[in-house]
Ligand binder design. Structure first.
Ligand code: NAD
Ligand code: MG
Length: 396
């Protein structure tokens, strides 16, 4: 097979670094063609030196000028660009075969949409894209013949457990429901009363996965699982009642599909994102991901429990936003991004995240999802509302 050119949006993040690790193992199959980061220019420069991409991009012009100078001095032919528009351009370059969408949050929406419009193969880690604009994004993917491979471990597991032609409808394929597993995060057994005092460090110390800070906090509040319910709704055209969240503390079974005949097909593996990344890169083939084989005897047991919707209010809010439809999920997502940033900044308590999310979701009317402009307007309004609430109310 010929070597594929890969663009990585968010190359310095947790998913980006894992993607480069898989690419490093298969230089004959993949070339890191464009590397995009936001502010970590030193890390991006180190990546440029190792992978010699044709393009690199950073958040602002000053960082780009500095990076370009360093690349030139190191004898690299990498062309450096900057700003949000550069991400949109690099995702759609004719030479790019596949795009790893691994930016965190709403910032990834426009470049990922651009990749879809250009008919690329999209490896989607950036779940916020589907939460904000699921209908628009899926429509764009279909219209332009893009291929969409889920990277989120649960959705990658579900994709592996579904038949190839699942897009003709889950019921038609004999699917009863999707079992979306959740580790329960670091506060799975923490009593409600103690959640008020938890710190960003405690929230980011996930028991099974090492991830970026935003998704770590989302895992602790179970907002992450809520976002994943919405993600599953769009990826697999599933009704909300076809998606059941199951708490599974070991994070070994990454999700499953239950069929009408009583069969449950699950994907198991170590909690290492290089497995779903390698799957998405090589699909429909399988390649070495650098992941140790799963030792079931060492795992010993697999536990399952229902989620606690009262203690993890954010999960309930996601189902409510999904039920309301239109721009409600985009509103919830934007409020949550602002609330999580405030919590990480110690301007909001951990329990305040769910309170802000709920208050913003209730206070803003949800309109039809419609166009990108509608989604971005709802996102902006929710951000303003959340920021105001956090600034005005005293948070213990
Ligand atoms: P991270 O914080 O480690 O990395 C984020 C990356 O995005 C960085 O490279 C950063 O430079 C870039 N970025 C941030 N803001 C940007 C902006 N405004 N413009 C351009 N680039 C920007 O995050 P992560 O843990 O790698 O997560 C990335 C995405 O993948 C998230 O949507 C997350 O939910 C999803 N995801 C992550 C994991 C995981 O194990 N880390 C698992 C499943 C899904
Ligand atoms: Mg996940």
């Amino acid at each position: 097979m010929s070597c594929q050119n890969i663009a990585i949006l968010g190359s310095t993040g947790s998913i980006g670094v894992s993607t480069l690790d898989v690419i490093r193992r298969h230089p004959e199959r993949y070339r890191a063609y464009a590397l995009c980061a936001y502010s970590r220019a030193d890390e991006l420069f180190a990546q440029c030196r190792e992978f010699q991409p044709a393009y690199a991009a950073v958040g602002d012009a000053a960082l780009a000028a500095d990076l370009a100078g360093r690349c030139r001095a190191a004898g690299l032919a990498t062309e450096v660009r900057s700003g949000a528009l550069a991400l949109v351009e690099l995702s759609a370059l004719p030479e790019v075969d596949a795009v790893m969408a691994a930016i965190v949050g709403a910032a990834g929406l426009e470049p990922t949409l651009a990749a879809a419009r250009a008919g690329k193969k999209i490896m989607l880690a950036n779940k916020e894209v589907l939460v904000m604009a699921g209908e628009l994004f899926m429509q764009t993917v279909r219209q332009h013949g893009a291929a969409l491979l889920p990277v989120d471990s649960e959705h990658n597991a579900i994709f592996q457990a579904l038949p190839d032609d699942f897009s003709r409808g889950l019921a038609a394929c004999g699917v009863r429901r999707i079992l979306l597993t959740a580790s329960g995060g670091p506060f799975r057994d923490t009593p409600s009363a103690d959640l008020l005092q938890v710190t960003p460090e405690q929230a980011c110390a996930h028991p099974n996965w090492v991830m970026g800070r935003k998704i770590s906090v989302d895992s602790a509040s179970m907002m992450n699982k809520g976002l994943e319910v919405i993600e599953a709704r769009w990826l697999f055209n599933a009704a909300p009642e076809q998606i059941e969240v199951v708490v599974h503390p070991q994070s070994v079974m990454h999700s499953a599909v239950q069929y009408k005949d009583g069969s449950v097909l699950a994907q198991l593996g170590r909690p290492d994102m290089r497995t779903p990344i390698a799957y998405a890169l090589a699909w429909p083939e399988r390649i070495d991901a650098g992941v140790e084989p799963l030792d079931l005897l060492a795992v010993g047991r697999l536990d399952f429990a229902p989620p606690d919707f009262a203690r993890f209010r954010c999960l309930q809010l996601a189902y409510e936003a999904l039920g309301a439809g239109g721009t409600a999920p985009a509103i919830l997502n934007a409020a949550n991004e602002v609330a999580v940033a405030a919590f990480l900044d110690r301007r909001l308590s951990f329990t305040g995240i769910a309170e802000v999310n709920e208050a913003v979701l209730q206070s803003l009317p949800s309109g039809p999802e419609g166009s990108l402009a509608d989604v971005l307007a709802a996102d902006a309004a929710a951000r303003r509302s959340a920021a105001k609430m956090i600034a005005e109310r005293p948070w213990p």
